[in-house]
Design a binder for this molecule. Structure first.
Ligand code: OAD
Length: 246
């Protein structure tokens, strides 16, 4: 297979596999993707609901957009693809880092190690205060009148997600992991949004093998691509990895 870490090549504390996930891994859990036909960005204007400028112009619209998504998420369940990645982490502790662009918590609910799941675009079930920065869990609807527990500001609470024009989270940790990985796997992402879209090239430059698992190929950059539904191809790939490195 050639997909497992070459012994001695990587530092023990760095994960040998970096797995980048996107909306496609959660599609079969009933959460919509962004750019597929009928995807969220065909129904909503990204500039209005996913930018700081859109929030400043119409906070109510933005809160309602994320309130609807939060409700969907609370009704959704992890699927076989999330579960397979959690199994990989359990059986190869410390060796498989999940970097997700998804703001859902389905990796964690499937049993992934929260220490080894990086939500580079933030988390829908958290909110933070634009006035003082305090961050807390948030499972209810968020209103424009919400009050910050920490500083008392009214109207400054927002979903703790990264909008276009804002910096993705934990970039240094992600880049270090990608540069040190032996295998970089991209699952269910269209590769349209940077910096995530550039990780495949960074991984290749540093000598990793690269694999895409997607309904359809997103680019020709990967060494190998397997197409199909995430719930079929991700568990199959995980079983191969575990068998090859048993
Ligand atoms: P996209 O909607 O751009 O891409 C979804 C990908 O999932 C496509 O490549 C589909 O082929 C694939 N897909 C759909 N159903 C699938 C299935 N059942 N099994 C496997 N693959 C499937 O979503 P992302 O690439 O995640 O950012 O989008 C990246 C970022 O753009 C998001 O994090 C979000 C968005 O704007 C922000 O909001 C900042």
């Amino acid at each position: 297979m050639g997909e497992t870490a070459e012994p001695g090549r990587k530092r023990a504390e760095t994960p040998s596999i970096v797995i980048l996930t996107g909306a496609g891994i959660s599609a079969e859990s009933g959460l919509g993707t962004f750019r597929d036909k009928d995807g969220l960005w065909s129904r909503y204007d990204l500039e209005e609901v996913a930018t700081p400028q859109g929030f400043a112009r119409n906070p109510k619209l933005v809160q309602e957009f994320y309130n609807a998504r939060r409700k969907n998420l609370l009704d959704a369940k992890p699927n076989a693809a999330h579960e397979a990645l959690a199994k990989l982490q359990r059986e190869r502790p410390g060796h498989a880092l999940i970097v997700t662009q998804n703001i859902d918590d389905l990796h964690e609910r499937a049993g992934a190690d929260p220490q080894d799941v990086i939500h580079m675009h933030g988390e829908l079930l958290k909110a933070h205060c634009n006035a003082c920065g305090a961050r807390r869990d948030w499972r209810e609807d968020l209103s424009i009148e919400a009050r910050c527990d920490a500083c008392g500001a009214v109207g400054a609470m927002r979903p703790s997600v990264v909008w276009f024009g804002e910096y993705p989270l934990e970039m240094a940790r992600i880049e270090e992991a990608v540069e040190n990985a032996s295998l970089f796997v991209s699952i269910g992402t269209s590769g349209q949004v940077y910096p995530a879209a550039g990780y495949v090239e960074i991984a290749q430059i540093h000598g990793a093998r690269t694999l895409e698992l997607n309904l359809e190929r997103s680019s020709s950059s990967f060494d190998e691509a397997r197409t199909g539904k995430a719930t079929d191809i991700v568990p199959a790939w995980v079983e191969e990895i575990l068998a090859a490195s048993a």
